[in-house]
Design a protein around this ligand. Structure first.
Ligand SMILES: [Zn+2]
Length: 69
């Protein structure tokens, strides 16, 4: 069991489209934190699994365009 907590900097890109969502990007306010780990994101076939966020646009797309989950 891994109980170690790693202090790591957030990767402020959308893990779907790779767009920058950091402060000042214009997408900071509407970004959604993704609490999955990188392995889970890879399993979900995300294009940018290192990203710790989902941008608003991709979040909307994932809701409306992905019904075979
Ligand atoms: Zn996106």
């Amino acid at each position: 069991m891994e109980t170690q907590i790693k202090e790591k900097a957030l990767v402020e890109i959308c893990n779907h489209c790779g767009v920058n969502v950091s402060f000042g990007s214009g997408r900071y306010v509407n970004r959604i934190p993704d609490f999955n780990d990188i392995e889970t994101r890879k399993d979900n076939n995300l294009d940018f699994p290192t990203g710790d966020f989902v941008c608003e646009q991709c979040d909307l797309n994932s809701i409306t365009g992905n019904q075979n989950d």
